[in-house]
Design a protein. Sequence first.
Lengths: 315, 277, 254
Amino acid sequence: MERKGVVTWFALGSLVLLAIMGVVLPGGARSLVVQIMIFSIFAMGYDICLGYTNQCSLGHSMFFGAGAYGAILSIMSFKLGLMPALGAALLVGFVLSVLTGLICVRLSEAYFVIVSAIISAVFHLLAMDMTWLTGGDDGLSASIPPISQSMSQLSLYNPYVNYYFVFFFLLVSYLVLKRMIGAPLGRIFISIRENPRRAHFLGYNVTRYKLVAFVLSGVFGALSGALYAMTLRYASADYFSFYWSVLPIVWCLIGGIGTIAGCWIGVALMSLFQYYVSAWFTHYLLLFGILILIILKVSRRGMLGYLAGRGSGRI
Amino acid sequence: MNGLIWGLIIALIALGLSLIFGVMGIVNMAHGDLYMVGAVLAFYLFPLLGNFWLALLVVPLIIALIAAPIERFVLRPYEGHHAVTMIATVGISFILQQAALATYGGVPKKMADPWAVSFNLFGVSYPGYRFLIAAISIVILVAIGLFLYRTSYGILIRASIQDKDMAAAMGIDINKVLVGTFVLGSALAAIGGVLAAPITQVSYLMGNDVVLLAFIVVIIGGLGSLGGTLVAALSLCALEGVLSALLSPTQSKAAIFVVMIIILMIRPRGLFGEPER
Amino acid sequence: MTEKGNLLEVVDVSRHFGGLTAVDNVSYAIRAGEVRGIIGPNGAGKTTLFNVITGELKPSSGRIYLKGEDITGKSPDLICQKGMSRTFQLTYVFPEMTVYQCVWVGVYSKAKRAANMFLSRADRLKEVADKTMEICRLVGIEDRRDELASNLSYGDQKVLEIAMALSTDPALLLLDEPTQGVGPKEADGIVQLIELLSGRMSILLIEHNIDIILRVCHNLTVLSNGRVIADGSCAEIGRNEEVQRIYLGEITCS
């Protein structure tokens, strides 16, 4: 299937490139690429929701924030090591996505969007309010323990370690998601996307599978939040804001909905855009908005999706 | 009392949203920003025109000029694709906010009181302007109610909420209805903004405060139901008013949202569009 | 309550929509191996009846039994798992999936287990793959297995519809106007398929074309305005005066 080939080659090529860039790039660019990798994990997870099961959530910032605080608070308050803190963050993300999924997933399209936005807004409001826990807008800073107690030189304060730590999770996330989409589960997701009623009549409990997709995307969102917090050594209530719920949509839209790695392009372009444009144009969010409209005009399924649509197979 | 006044304003905004959501099926994330634009315009026009009533009339006209092209060129091409349309409205929301930021500035400002009179209400001095808000809102709500339930154009809109394809099949020019509905809905939001401007801080982000609340009101009140929207708006705002005496403003807002989620779980009228079982 | 040997029993089922009664106290039964036609003028409630039997709508009153088990009000996916499958009037496939994948999804539905769902490669599940190909060959679309469903001709999509309904290995197959809108040659192909299938499963068929009805059906249920006005073998119905009156002037072309 032609299309599958294109995206897979792109993904593999990017991974190789990323592996090399870690040692080659200068400091500033390297940090930017670390961010791009972290956001790519977030975007891939979100694509499971949007691109594979047609659930347009406007509330994914709650997973991002939960993951970030899950990690930081584990380190600060519970004195957990790095990996256990990551595990804790994933657990928080999992529980949160199951609970909110049970509320939201059975709702019809438009109501799902609104309610997910509202639940996320609740978290944002509470996070801003409970400054004793979250530090509010100002946030919390923490010092990050090394990856393992025995090898204390493997600390995230070393930029190379940080880079490859994040790269490792991007690689693992990609492989896991790719495997899942190629498994029966992926095909079930796609059938739900294409015609949920038909899938229902073929014997599938559609709501249950939508929940699985939602939870998957929540867990990856939490993973990316945790990695972000660990990289910046900082978490803020701002991570729960609406902005972080919109970004994944834009990433996936630019790069291609319903492709696993297409969103990486979206992440890269947006991050570069923000990094460079915001330097000389303070109102770059205006261009952001215009950009959204332009992309939608070009293709509803995003850039790679557009290119792919001209190929023969889509799956 | 304050809560009720806000309830009326939110009712106007929510009614506009209900029309847009009901007729066009669009989750309009920019609706709050049209409210903001109304407020910003009022901020500039009131000193300019010297007359509050004129501002109240002019703003909807300006909004119509903004809203109609939005519907025609941005929203209509994606008709039927709800996720895409919703994302497009997010894009518009950013554009409107940033445009306001660029022109109006980032600092929230207070507007002059259009009717600097105070009444003595139960021994408490109450600003006259708020009665004006109540009066104007009620007049508008009644007018819209009459429009929707008595005039043929209004009936068209209500028919379209019920079944858009059927309405189109019956030879009604659905495009006119779409544009008209969107303009009307946006105008209502903007009028809400004009009315709210003197009693709150006008800022480019103020749309974010109302948009989710408006959606809650629409969902709980029932799509296209004028009475339901009104009741929901008044109750929720009154509830928030009561809560804010006990909790911080942020917490009471969060509480309202939680109430809505609970209601939705008990009475999932939110299964609109799901196959009936 | 249920006669032994009846595969499906519909007992006094009604369905109201507000003031409108779409299905009014309908009762009939199907035995194993039977092919029963549901006929009647447009708007008689045939598709609504299908929607009620397959679980999409709850009946306002009455009960439905499949293989002796009460399935009234159960959800469509459960009913499918119990052995009832349907096609839809408008072709209802997975547009961006290939023909093979469309059928595969249905086959997997009966074979799914948590063990193989998450990480196995979908196309490596041998049993599922074999069964999928078997069905494709049976309906005659195996040569187009890699084509996107949305690229198929209308007639081929109708056949794919049936293949997808077959993929869940039903004991009872509900066909909703399977030849509607196709040319005579393709219609004939579909009819031959139905004849082939009637040996293996029971079929409930909504059809307007009397020739096709007479060719494949053993028994008929005639609906009008949501009510059963006649029920019996084809020969009996043919002699029924009321049925003739209802169909007088109705020339079905196909």
